[in-house]
Design a protein around this ligand. Structure first.
Ligand SMILES: C[S@@+](CC[C@H](N)C(=O)[O-])C[C@H]1O[C@@H](n2cnc3c(N)ncnc32)[C@H](O)[C@@H]1O
Length: 263
């Protein structure tokens, strides 16, 4: 599955606003106790996690940004401005052996684990446990989408969308909305100290461009998963686009952040 750099750029400010500050502080506090810590950001896209954390990271932190999409990785490198403490690796995460975990202080990720399968997440937790490397995984979609201005099809649409979230996104059957809960169990089962926190988007008319792309982004999954007619899908999308900038219109998209620290 490929991701559009424009979509990742649109969501970055909402992601940044939604990240749980307490977990970020705990993450950077942990990193701050390690000399020249290396953070491997997996599924880095254009480098959103790096940019979101750059103001709060210890000055000697180093980053390795890893993704299997060469275009996104090139864009991440371009936006990094050639900073010496940031390196890049093209890597398919299905080959977990390719991650240089022996050098890592922590792994980070954002908007990634809902795409991943149970088997991948279990294998990944095992690899990190073997090396006592922690995980900061932000912005895992949790299946909740609520609009202040309702439409009769909202529940059916969200249920269909969530079914699609659990189809194969390149790792086998995706965890989708179950991702944060499963990660929490997998990591606590391996002795990590696990914390989770809400990082939901709260989108108003001020986020019109993101909301438009988000709503338009329902069309293909709804068509693929079935259960709604094309007419219903188009009516629902038209309604959502028409009301998204009305006064008091609010869209909440549920996400959870997770921090797993080795004990
Ligand atoms: C939803 S995007 C999130 C990107 C970025 N973390 C952000 O928050 O903007 C998911 C990212 O995972 C990457 N990805 C998906 N499958 C992958 C795989 N098998 N190996 C490595 N990266 C993968 C995609 O290329 C994409 O950059």
């Amino acid at each position: 599955m490929s991701f559009d750099a424009d979509w990742l750029t649109l969501r970055e400010p909402a992601d940044r606003a939604a990240r749980d500050r307490g977990l970020m502080d705990e993450f950077t506090g942990h990193i701050g106790r390690i000399s020249s810590p290396l953070i491997i950001d997996i599924g880095c896209g254009t480098g959103s996690t790096l940019r979101s954390l750059s103001d709060v990271m210890p000055p000697d932190a180093r980053w390795l940004l890893a993704d299997n999409d060469p275009l996104l990785l090139d864009e991440a490198e371009r936006r990094s401005g050639g900073a010496a403490h940031i390196s890049f690796q093209r890597l398919d995460l299905n080959d977990l052996g390719g991650l240089p975990l022996q050098e890592a202080a922590m792994v980070s990720a954002s908007a990634l684990f809902d795409l991943c399968s149970e088997a991948f997440s279990a294998a990944f937790a095992g690899k990190l446990a073997d090396r006592s490397v922690g995980l900061y995984a932000a912005l895992n979609y949790d299946g909740r989408i609520v609009w202040s201005l309702s439409h009769p099809l909202d529940d059916v649409v969200v249920a269909a969308f969530n079914r699609h979230q659990q189809t194969d996104k390149g790792f086998g059957v995706a965890l989708g909305p179950a991702a944060a809960g499963r990660l929490a169990s997998l990591f606590s089962g391996r002795g990590f100290r696990v914390s989770t926190a809400d990082s939901s988007w709260r989108l108003s008319g001020e986020n019109a461009a993101l909301q438009r792309a988000f709503i338009e982004g329902f069309r293909q999954p709804l068509q693929e998963i079935g259960g709604l007619t094309s007419g219903d899908i188009e009516d629902w999308i038209a309604f959502r686009l028409a009301v998204m900038e009305e006064p008091g219109s609010l869209c909440t998209v549920g996400h959870a952040d997770l921090l797993a620290l080795p004990s």
